[in-house]
Design a protein around this ligand. Structure first.
Ligand SMILES: Cc1cc2nc3c(=O)[nH]c(=O)nc-3n(C[C@H](O)[C@H](O)[C@H](O)COP(=O)(O)OP(=O)(O)OC[C@H]3O[C@@H](n4cnc5c(N)ncnc54)[C@H](O)[C@@H]3O)c2cc1C
Length: 381
């Protein structure tokens, strides 16, 4: 089989790339190892359309998130995908957190985020009567999206423009990288299939470093090694979910390992508290990755302590275990902040290969912009 573009990975990024590729007239195939799309990070996140307030000015995350925020709302309208521009508060719970809040505000202004307002605790109380804080940033451009609907829409769009989306097939090795690529794929039955392609897009999420390695790239030298970082969520009782109408975020981790245990809302109005952030060592088998911690009550207690600081009506009994997601972080424990890697690999002697590595948050918000960036780089080579 020979195609123009082969995409490895059927999460939101691979699917957005497949739609972009097929619309540009390339013959396109996307392969996904699971039996359906979006079984990993893309269905295990907060579903937030981020504003771009947090990221280092000039970084890909800042640029693509700012653009992605606007594009995402437009894409949802175009594709008929559910979204709600609910807005969010980033709260300084105590006065000693206010200087950190001010730094976030300044960064947001520098990044060009529109509509930011600093509010007193009293002003916040009028809009969110159950939230207690010293002051807060109101971010009106933040919203939520139904990520499953979005992925389904990109899948249909890709197929309607002729792309092949194949499930239960895993990329296993590179047979040749001379004049395009010959790759070996393995079906669930164990049967091996060879495919020839001119371009490869590596959108393999948590495994994107391993895929890059299979092309002969030294991932430590290139800075591509992924450090998986797990985040649990707790569901908030429906009774208490009704108290909240905006997303509520605390001050983020100083090195942005995470944006903090926040209150998210889904399309049914159900609130979730999370995610926490823990680097995983290699000892946890893949079959256990997405299981909520066996020390469930200890973890619920931790979530309760994090949430009750700014949501005092919360009680421990309001929380129950929910989903688990894993961030494909390039930033290891104690490392400085890292950006997304979107690399056309001519420099590694692999023209036509685009590696997407470390596509953690705000990757969902940026999906459409990342797809455009990939094709701009691919075409330029
Ligand atoms: C806890 C958490 C919260 C988040 N919250 C937000 C948020 O609120 N807003 C936001 O914008 N972003 C958020 N994100 C980030 C966002 O979810 C990701 O950036 C995005 O989902 C990445 O999509 P992806 O397609 O790159 O990866 P994935 O969804 O992980 O998809 C990669 C796919 O590649 C497949 N694959 C891997 N290896 C192979 C192989 N060898 N052969 C075939 N297929 C393979 C996998 O099976 C998988 O389906 C969050 C992430 C996490 C973990």
């Amino acid at each position: 089989m020979t195609v123009d573009v082969l995409i490895i990975g059927g999460g939101i990024i691979g699917l957005a790339c497949a739609a972009e590729s097929a619309k540009r007239g390339y013959s396109t195939i996307l392969i996904e190892r699971h039996e359906s799309f979006g079984q990993e990070a893309s269905s295990r996140n907060s579903e937030v359309i981020h504003s771009g307030i947090y990221y280092v000015p000039g970084s890909l995350k800042a640029r693509l998130c700012l653009a992605g925020n606007t594009t995402m709302y437009a894409e949802c309208e175009r594709l008929g995908v559910w979204y709600r521009r609910c807005g969010k508060f980033i709260v300084a719970v105590t006065p000693d957190e206010v200087p950190d809040l001010e730094k976030i505000y300044q960064r947001g202004i520098e990044n060009g985020v529109q509509g930011l307002e600093v509010l007193t605790g009293e002003q916040v109380k009028k809009l969110e009567p159950h939230i207690r804080c010293s002051s807060a940033i109101y971010v009106p451009s933040t919203g939520i999206v139904d990520s499953h609907e979005l992925m389904k829409a990109y899948l249909h769009e890709a197929r309607s423009h002729g792309a092949d989306i194949v499930f239960g097939v895993r990329f296993s090795e590179v047979i040749s990288a001379q004049h395009g690529f010959t790759l070996c794929m393995q079906e669930a039955s164990g049967e091996k299939v060879e495919m020839q392609t001119r371009f490869v897009i590596n959108a393999a999420g948590l495994f994107a470093d391993k895929v890059a390695q299979a092309f002969g790239i030294d991932i430590d030298q290139a800075g591509y090694r992924i450090h998986p970082n797990r985040g649990h969520y707790c569901r908030v009782s429906l009774a208490k979910s009704r108290f909240i109408s905006h997303l509520i975020y605390p001050i983020p981790h100083p090195q942005l390992v995470s944006v903090g245990i926040h209150i998210g809302i889904d399309r049914a109005g159900q609130c979730r508290l999370g995610p926490d952030a823990e680097y995983m060592d290699g000892s946890i088998p893949e079959t256990e990755w997405y299981k909520f911690d066996p020390d469930e009550s200890g973890r619920r207690e931790k979530f309760y302590r994090a949430g009750v600081r700014y949501f005092p009506s919360l009680e421990l009994e309001d929380l129950s275990p929910d989903q688990v997601g894993i961030r494909p972080k390039l930033q290891g424990p104690n490392d400085p902040i890292r950006d997304f890697v979107i690399a056309e690999e001519s420099a590694h002697g692999l023209p036509g290969l685009v590696n997407l590595i470390g596509i953690e948050s705000p990757g969902l918000t940026c999906a459409c912009e990342i797809a455009k960036e990939v094709f701009n780089k691919m075409v330029r080579g």
